[in-house]
Write a protein that binds this ligand. Structure first.
Ligand SMILES: [Zn+2]
Length: 288
């Protein structure tokens, strides 16, 4: 939990050109684009069973509901802003282990899934089907997202993750790549290249959600990989260059990061934002 406040503080100090704003909480109606009425009701009313709370990983409180709905709201805001500005981000989010009818792995609602469906609904007013792609580079598989969109060709789900890491029963994304324990920079960046090529081969996205997990980092407690901070920055740069070359708006969320040294995780996220600022500048300077 500590990392969220630290990230905000470091961004204000190191990248003051980033404009921060407070997101509205997502409404029950927005959440219902993905989640079942029973599950939304159970979270809002505090009637989740003990088993459901155990699976989520923390117990119910009014604060938990506020955090969960605001986190989805911030990803919605980031997606809307990205469609106008080229790039925007949630300082948290990436709750990809949440399914339509249950939470899991510290995820209550699936922020990216809700925002993807909402952007599609808003775009539908212009009688155009929006194609979305989710690039999930958190070290854990985006199992909830994969399951939500398993039969939906308008949202392409892609996940690059540790083969031996949580969740131990994986879902089938539209495209998955599993990495071995101890995977280093070279192999990791090659996997990212292959993943970006896979999107090119299969869809032409109008909007991309990027889960820029900091947990493939070699100093992470849960990651099991050996990717350096420089390797992760190169990864972010590749994803953003890819989006820029295709002029696809990019909504970024943070995903996981559990460094032995918490400041190292936050510094990796700050690097992600510094790449984001570079990306935003070229987007603003593009010829009309
Ligand atoms: Zn993770």
């Amino acid at each position: 939990m500590e990392k969220y406040g630290l990230l905000r503080q470091k961004l204000q100090e190191q990248l003051p050109q980033i404009e921060l704003s407070l997101a509205e909480p997502a409404t029950a109606g927005e959440l219902a684009l993905v989640h079942t009425p029973r599950y939304i009701e159970a979270v809002f009313q505090g009637t989740l069973s003990p088993t459901e709370q155990r699976e989520i990983g923390f117990s119910w409180s009014p604060g938990m509901v506020d955090r969960a709905t605001r986190s989805v709201g911030a990803t919605i805001a980031a997606a809307r802003c990205a469609l106008v500005q080229g790039i925007s981000a949630n300082l948290a989010g990436g709750t990809h282990h949440s399914y339509a009818d249950k939470g899991g792995g510290f995820c209550v609602f699936n922020d990216v899934a809700v925002a993807a469906r909402l952007m599609q609904a808003e775009q539908a007013r212009q009688r155009k089907q929006m194609q979305v792609a989710v690039i999930d580079l958190d070290v854990h598989q985006g199992n909830g997202t994969a399951h939500v969109f398993r039969a939906d060709p308008t949202v392409f789900t892609l996940s690059v993750h540790g083969a031996k890491n949580f969740p131990f029963r994986k879902e089938a994304s539209d495209w998955d790549l599993e990495l071995p324990d101890g995977c280093g920079d070279g192999e990791y960046l090659q996997a990212v290249n292959v993943a970006l090529q896979a999107i090119d081969d299969q869809v032409r996205a109008d909007l991309v959600f990027y889960i820029a997990g900091a947990d493939p980092y070699e100093g992470d407690r849960l990651g099991r990989l050996k990717v350096s901070a420089a390797g992760l920055m190169a990864r972010d740069q590749r994803v953003m260059d890819w989006a820029w070359e295709r002029r696809i708006p990019l909504a970024m969320v943070m995903g996981g990061g559990y460094g032995h040294v918490i400041e190292e995780t936050v510094d990796i996220q700050v690097n992600t934002f510094s790449q984001g600022v570079r990306h935003w500048q070229r987007w603003q300077n593009r010829p009309a």
